[in-house]
Write a protein that binds this ligand. Structure first.
Ligand SMILES: Cc1cc2nc3c(=O)[nH]c(=O)nc-3n(C[C@H](O)[C@H](O)[C@H](O)COP(=O)(O)OP(=O)(O)OC[C@H]3O[C@@H](n4cnc5c(N)ncnc54)[C@H](O)[C@@H]3O)c2cc1C
Length: 430
């Protein structure tokens, strides 16, 4: 009797970040698939302190069955301050809706462990740095790894981050550039700053003329004892990228205390006190890179698809990139499931659906950022003698709140998929 199963689909996921892990969970649930994650690192280890998990991310984590292990600090209050004087300029209203969807600041390691726990045993291959890919036509894609090994896949999922080797193979003319922002990140014990007034009472942005200090709790006090609780600092320095010719580090290299503190000498004493408590050797430096939008997220005749930071190199804009990467993986799995038959994998149709849903979403983000930049430039043109206070006002106004950006922070990926199916039915599709 002929099998009612679709033919075997060999899927190679490059990268074990949130995008790669989430895709592996979603794709592994499909029939007759062989899913492997190839990750360059020796061990899966998140760097970069904390991460914001909001409604969009909780929703997709729920669909992946991975929400439960992700616990952090519920962000009931977010303040924007003048970093030099400490004056409160804006207090975001408390979140709305059910508590389970409220935004939290979470240690990155917690998100990673929760996802990893749901990836089927044996899926992740470590120390596999992809060096090149070859298009084998109807035979798939050959992946060549730095250790001299190779493998062949029917579908390659490029989840290899902002400096994606997969993207480079498909779009060799695309490139990313330093944006001018350098971020220094660390987690320190809350106990070391709990006596500093106002620091730990709310997640706070302390904005200065050439950068800002962001501080937040990251632990759920019902899970983590007071001695174990950490405070996240993400301190940003912003320069003109065209004139700053120093060496740039893409991701997580050590920075000295002296270097970091030198950018914040004129900040409020509470900020300087927090910086002074960071142990030497704990700071990690990240240079933000970004690149233009890709017209398409698929390539090589539907054998390659890009997800997460590889697909939209926006350098952490919107602070929701993990959610975007997870949403990509979940939609990809739905599209494949929807288009497979017992005779064919029909990757062409699946990847078209993926691109139809995700490309316009990323286009909207790029357009939004362009508009924000234009507003700031316009403000400077109208008022060339802008004071720090003027530019601060403009910057804080440019922060899209939860409501203004509800199409991002309130995105319900399951609803997006249902809407796609409804439209398909109306238009007489499958
Ligand atoms: C400063 C900063 C703050 C941020 N804050 C937030 C936040 O609060 N909330 C949020 O949701 N997002 C935030 N983001 C964005 C978020 O970190 C990313 O969008 C998210 O990690 C993207 O996931 P990814 O899986 O696509 O890529 P990554 O997390 O970059 O993972 C890529 C993986 O691929 C591996 N890899 C790379 N090249 C190869 C290769 N050749 N072969 C094999 N493996 C390879 C890497 O080792 C890595 O494990 C922030 C980003 C920055 C820079």
């Amino acid at each position: 009797m002929p099998s009612s199963q679709p033919p075997l689909l060999r899927i190679a996921i490059i990268g074990g970040g949130p995008g790669g892990l989430g895709s592996a969970i979603a794709l592994s649930s499909l029939d007759n698939v062989e899913v492997t994650i190839y990750e360059q690192a020796k061990e899966l280890r998140e760097i970069g302190a904390g991460i914001r998990i909001g409604f969009n991310c909780w929703t997709v984590l729920g669909l992946l069955g991975a929400a439960e292990g992700v616990k952090g600090h519920v962000k009931t209050q977010v303040l924007h301050r003048n970093g030099l004087t400490g004056e409160i300029l804006k207090a975001n209203p408390p979140p709305k809706g059910p508590l389970e969807f409220w935004p939290q600041r979470v240690r990155r390691t917690r998100l990673q462990s929760a996802l990893k726990a749901k990836v089927p045993e044996g899926t992740i291959k470590l120390q596999k740095r992809l060096s090149s890919l070859e298009d084998l036509g109807s035979d798939g894609v050959r992946l060549n790894f730095e250790d001299g090994t190779e493998t062949i896949a029917d579908l390659v999922v490029g989840g290899d981050g902002i400096r994606s080797v997969v993207r480079e193979a498909v779009f060799p003319d695309h490139s990313i550039k330093f944006t001018g922002t350098t971020i220094f990140r660390v987690l320190i014990p809350v106990s070391s700053i709990s006596h500093t007034p106002d620091l730990t009472v709310a997640t706070s942005w302390w904005h200065g003329p050439t950068g800002h200090f962001y501080g937040s709790l990251v632990d759920d006090p019902s899970e983590t004892s007071p001695e174990e609780q950490k405070f996240e600092i993400a301190a940003r320095k912003v320069v003109d990228p065209t004139t700053d010719l120093g060496k740039k580090f893409s991701w997580g290299v050590p920075a000295t205390k002296e270097r970091v503190e030198s950018f914040f000498t004129n900040f409020d004493p509470r900020v300087r006190e927090a910086l002074s408590k960071v142990p030497e050797g704990d700071w990690k430096e990240f240079s933000a890179f970004a690149g233009p939008r890709l017209e398409k997220l698929t390539g090589w005749d539907n054998k390659i698809v890009l997800i997460g930071d590889a697909s939209h190199p926006l350098s952490g804009a919107f602070g929701s990139g993990a959610a975007f990467a997870l949403e990509d993986g979940w939609i990809l799995a739905r599209a494949i499931e929807h288009t497979r038959t017992s005779r064919t994998n029909n990757l062409g149709a699946a990847l078209d659906i993926f691109d139809t849903i995700r490309s316009p979403y990323y286009l909207r983000m790029y357009e939004y950022l362009d508009q924000q930049k234009a507003k700031i430039v316009e403000g400077k043109a109208v008022n060339p003698g802008q004071t720090f206070e003027d530019s601060l006002k403009a910057r804080i106004n440019s922060f899209g709140g939860e409501e203004q950006l509800s199409w991002i922070y309130g995105n319900n990926i399951e609803g997006v998929w249902k809407e796609f199916l409804d439209n398909e039915n109306i238009n007489g599709g499958k």
